[in-house]
Design a protein around this ligand. Structure first.
Ligand SMILES: Cc1cc2nc3c(=O)[nH]c(=O)nc-3n(C[C@H](O)[C@H](O)[C@H](O)COP(=O)(O)OP(=O)(O)OC[C@H]3O[C@@H](n4cnc5c(N)ncnc54)[C@H](O)[C@@H]3O)c2cc1C
Length: 415
């Protein structure tokens, strides 16, 4: 279906058919929204589980059908008009219309902007050569999977979650993998040093070469395809493919042009606790939004997309249920399952619970004596039981938290 087939107006028009967009449509029906719903996205496929791209899908352990957020018939059965392959390019908040690249103009009662972001490109010569890839969409991932049989050397630029997950899968699939990280440790923006060092050791033990504190000068190629990566120290790494995992740029230009209030550096559209933007009847959810009275950053996780979408759907239906942020996240690398609860922003102390050498431990983050977050590695019990400590911002002595003989649920009960 194309936007030319779409209705000329929807009571709820959702732009972006990823996690947040799909969930907004699902939640609208769940809370009894009876109006028409249009869910319009620019990818050519139905909404799918993006986190699996750098994990089970790249590994070949799951087919695309297994990634679908809902089976195809769900959308028709629930009277959600799903339109794929159409890109929104403009919003007119006074006429309450959205313009698409195809020229179609669609009106709305409420608009939910759920466009996520596009991968940040690496700003060096050769950054746009054939073979320099991101992993954000099915199409990105398919390009890499298709090339796998002929790939020997892969350079991953960026030691964040997506870079490290891809490195683990590609290593398991037999590639020679080098991860280049500009900072002096991996996962530096999201975890504290003990967790970074643990993952570095694991990757090295699996044969991944990690180069830390090194910049990229250029990406080299012949004719059109990549052949190597020139580092800031002069070394050149051979590469058949380069994966760039250095974050996203939010896809919010049409909302900015429409006058929506954004963060100072346009890192996201500002929303309130009901996911409302500064424009009347325009909501923004998922990776492209920033909570006005929150931690001041985008929270890029499936759970955040889900929660915001649900909150917006309720608000559209007249149910006021303000957002309460207790973010959680997970990552799989090799046989390691990292689960995090809370946000560690502004932590001033960490407590190690368990021993990294045993490959099962938690790092607990405190701020002014209160528990604000946990990173749990192969420690699901801590992750589940630690949630209450985070929700209550419990004040617990570090030596009590570190004592693995006492379950976190018992510590939570006593505080
Ligand atoms: C490889 C990878 C691994 C991840 N792993 C994890 C994980 O382990 N755990 C976790 O919690 N999170 C993970 N995430 C993050 C998680 O997938 C995102 O936080 C989540 O998908 C955000 O949902 P969203 O709807 O805001 O954005 P998206 O899911 O990106 O959806 C946005 C959609 O809008 C479309 N779009 C953009 N602009 C327009 C436009 N102008 N018009 C129409 N459509 C448009 C996009 O193409 C896309 O389809 C991962 C992400 C990636 C890429």
């Amino acid at each position: 279906m194309s936007a030319t087939n779409a209705a000329t107006r929807y009571d709820a028009l959702i732009i972006g058919a990823g996690h947040a967009g799909a969930q907004a449509a699902i939640s609208l029906r769940q809370v009894g929204f009876a109006g028409t719903i249009g869910l319009i996205g620019d990818e050519p496929v139905a909404p799918y589980e993006r986190p699996a791209l750098s994990k089970e899908y790249l590994a070949g352990d799951k087919s695309f059908d297994q990634l679908l957020i809902r089976p195809d018939e769900f959308w028709t059965e629930n009277s959600v008009e799903l339109v794929s392959g159409e890109r929104a390019v403009g919003v007119d908040p006074s006429a309450k219309t959205v313009t698409f690249e195809s020229g179609a103009i669609v009106g709305y009662g409420s608009l939910v902007w759920a466009t996520g972001g596009v991968p940040r490109r690496i700003p060096v010569p050769g950054g746009d050569l054939e073979g320099v890839l991101a992993i954000r969409s099915k199409a990105d991932c398919d390009r890499l999977i298709e090339a796998l049989p002929s790939i020997r050397n892969v350079v991953v630029i960026g030691g964040g979650f997506i870079g490290l997950e891809s490195a683990a899968v590609l290593r398991a699939r037999g590639a020679t993998v080098t991860v280049v990280e500009a900072l002096d440790r991996v996962l530096a923006r999201v975890t504290a040093e003990p967790v970074s060092r643990f993952f570095e050791n694991e990757h090295r033990a699996h044969g991944v070469e990690l180069l830390l504190g090194v910049g990229i000068d250029s990406i080299e190629g012949d004719d059109a395809s990549v052949t190597g990566v020139r580092l800031s120290d002069g070394r050149v790494l051979p590469a058949d493919r380069v994966i760039v995992g250095i974050g996203i740029v939010p896809a919010i230009e049409p909302l900015i042009a429409a006058g929506a209030e954004v963060t100072p550096h346009a890192t996201g559209v500002l929303i309130d606790e009901l996911c409302r933007t500064s424009l009347a009847d325009v909501y923004c959810v998922g990776d492209c939004s920033v909570l006005r009275n929150g931690p001041g950053m985008r929270i890029e996780s499936r759970q955040n997309a889900h929660e915001l979408a649900t909150t917006a759907a309720k608000a559209i239906t007249g149910i006021t249920d303000p957002l309460v942020l207790v973010p959680w996240f997970w990552s799989h690398q090799y046989d390691l399952r990292l689960q995090t609860i809370g946000l560690n922003v502004g932590y001033d102390q960490t407590v190690l619970r368990g021993t990294p050498e045993e490959r099962s431990f938690s790092l607990i983050y405190l701020k002014e004596g209160e528990v604000i977050a946990l990173d749990c590695i192969n420690a699901t019990k801590d992750y589940v039981q630690g949630r209450r400590l985070v929700e209550r911002r419990a004040r617990v002595e570090p030596n009590v938290l570190a004592d693995t003989d006492t379950a976190l649920k018992d510590i939570a009960a006593a505080h």
